[in-house]
Ligand binder design. Structure first.
Ligand code: SF4
Ligand code: SF4
Length: 65
């Protein structure tokens, strides 16, 4: 069965584009993608992600911190 994939943000207000998740991912599963306004948001490659949730733990905008 596939590992659980974290949700980095549901709304763009929940992400400030700091790239911390991108930087910490041990599998390089996160890439930063520019939206139509030129802001970068992280996108998880579900085929690379192993569900370690380090990206969620490092995110400054998650309440779990
Ligand atoms: S859960 Fe782990 S492997 Fe998956 S995107 Fe986050 S840091 Fe990377
Ligand atoms: S760590 Fe959080 S705020 Fe920073 S880019 Fe990733 S999801 Fe966005």
């Amino acid at each position: 069965m596939k590992e659980k994939i974290p949700v980095l943000y549901n709304r763009k207000e929940e992400c400030c584009g700091c790239t911390a998740c991108y930087a910490i991912c041990p599998k390089c599963a996160i890439s930063m993608q520019e939206d139509e306004e030129g802001f970068e948001y992280p996108l998880i490659d579900e085929n690379k992600c192993v569900g370690c949730f380090r990206c969620i733990k490092v995110c400054p905008l998650k309440e779990t911190n």
